[in-house]
Design a protein around this ligand. Structure first.
Ligand code: GDP
Ligand code: GDP
Length: 439
């Protein structure tokens, strides 16, 4: 699981600036999860070989009713609760304020790994000007400038250094050696995740087995089905209660993101009675971005009439068009309807995600595609596509080599993707086609 870093501090100290700097290398600002976390932003960041999730609490709009302080305190508490490490940002120019002392006191009592960042410190003499921040009792003062990118690397090193990160970076999402398919069920609160999982686990044909070394406080259920081993990984918002699972009150974006990241296949669950909401689309977008294989199931199909069913099909086509490579199932977890085919699709999606694509086959397909339709000339340049090789699995990545490939249009890339997809029958997995121009 990726570690989580929360940026906290009073308004205007530079949290958002720091957030943007940390996440911009991955230009993917993770879903806003509208309505669920209006006031916190989640982003992916990477330093060296370590990837982590950053939470920014800077975006909230204090209102007259809630008051700045109580709202800020709430945001801070929630972000801190989700984090493995906290970066407490203060303003090196503005100096210490009463609010800084309050936040510091809170963080000290909590005892969570915390680093102190004195921002806006460009051009300052550390020893002299930053000494007052030691008063906060949070140890070393890290002088940084989020705006100018100074001291950030060392700040992140210090923060990640407080965590026990695995020595060997586990290959992202890749199938573990014992052939276990990691499966996550993702969806908004109340779509029926726990009902579905309990239905699954209540089936007799499903045999639990032991899997050593499961993660932290994660819920992880290994089981076998149809001769294949699965590990149901920490599914967002669920808690084990005795032998069954129940949904916990608060939807955790971090848990959802982490579950998706560590899965091979994600089952995206929608609620037929609610239609496709913004939150569904955000979660779907994140699955696509993560490159995981995906199967979509619309739950509570028993509870909607013919008219609603038609509406829904149309909504899915419109709002989840970007997942059209995924299989879609209409199910009822409660009435145990339509569940068999879901397993079949999960198996297929996994297989597609792990497809091995030999270089000679890819190169032949590439040449056939070019013969069928050559890429357009762009000014003086005509892209020349020479050969292709596989650059990864789960998601499959195809790297095309040649010259002037930066002039290949997106439309042409989609055309190629379609040809590769068809040949390898890649149902249920994103496919990435990358262009690599020879120097
Ligand atoms: P937030 O409310 O904590 O998220 O703070 P912002 O990131 O919105 O920054 C508040 C103000 O401080 C903005 O005007 C930024 O341009 C400015 N700022 C942020 N980082 C730096 C920095 O490293 N140096 C200076 N001089 N200004 C900064
Ligand atoms: P979670 O928050 O995603 O884990 O959702 P739950 O499994 O707790 O389900 C939320 C509500 O939807 C509960 O009241 C369930 O009984 C109901 N529910 C779940 N699956 C179905 C279904 O297939 N049909 C109908 N009609 N209701 C369902």
């Amino acid at each position: 699981m990726k570690p989580v870093m929360a940026l906290v501090g009073r308004p205007n100290v530079g949290k958002s600036t720091l957030f943007n700097r940390l996440t911009k290398s991955r230009d993917a600002i993770v879903a806003d999860f509208a309505g669920l976390t209006r006031d916190r932003h989640y982003g992916n960041a990477k330093q060296g070989r370590y990837e982590f999730i950053v939470i920014d609490t800077g975006g909230f709009e204090p209102t007259a009713e809630t008051g700045i302080y109580s709202e800020m305190a709430k945001q801070t508490r929630q972000a801190v609760a989700e984090a493995d490490v906290v970066v407490f940002v203060v303003d090196a120019r503005g100096g210490l304020s009463a609010q800084d002392h309050d936040i510091a006191g809170y963080l000290r009592r909590l005892g969570k790994p915390t680093v102190l960042a004195a921002n806006k410190a460009e051009g300052m003499t550390e020893g002299v000007q930053l000494s007052e921040f030691y008063e906060l009792g949070l140890g070393e003062v890290n002088a940084v400038s989020a705006a100018h990118g100074q001291g950030i690397r060392s700040l992140v090193d210090t923060a990640l250094g407080l965590l026990q990160l695995p020595e060997e970076d586990e290959e992202e999402g890749a199938e573990s050696e014992d052939g276990v398919v990691k499966l996550a069920v993702a969806g908004r609160p109340n779509v029926g995740k726990s009902t579905l999982i309990n239905t699954w686990l209540g089936e007799e044909r499903l045999v639990a087995f032991d899997l050593p070394g499961t993660t932290r406080d994660a819920i992880s259920v290994p089981f076998e089905k149809g001769g294949r081993k699965y590990e149901l990984i920490d599914t967002a918002g669920l808690r084990r209660k005795g032998r069954v699972f129940e949904a916990i009150e608060k939807f955790s974006v971090v848990k959802t993101l982490q579950a998706i990241e560590s899965a091979n296949v994600v089952l995206l669950l929608l609620d037929a009675t609610q239609g496709v909401t913004d939150q569904d689309a955000h979660i779907a977008g994140y699955i696509l971005e993560s490159g995981r294989a995906v199967v979509i199931a619309v739950n509570k199909w028993d509870a909607v009439d013919e008219y609603q069913r038609e509406q829904l099909q149309r909504q899915i086509e419109a709002r989840l068009a970007f997942l059209k490579f995924a299989s879609l199932h209409l199910i009822s977890a409660k009435k145990r309807q339509g569940l068999g085919p879901v397993w079949k699709s999960i198996g297929e999606a996994h297989q597609a995600a792990m497809t091995k694509m030999p270089t000679p086959v890819l190169t032949r397909l590439l040449q056939e595609a070019v013969q069928f339709q050559a890429p357009k000339r762009s000014g003086m340049f005509r892209p020349k596509l020479r050969y292709a090789h596989q650059g990864g699995m789960n998601p499959p990545v195809i790297v095309v080599h040649g010259n002037s490939l930066e002039h290949v249009t997106d439309a042409y890339k989609r055309f190629l993707e379609g040809r590769f997809r068809k040949h390898f029958n890649l149902i249920g997995t994103p496919l990435r086609v990358e262009m690599k121009t020879s120097k």
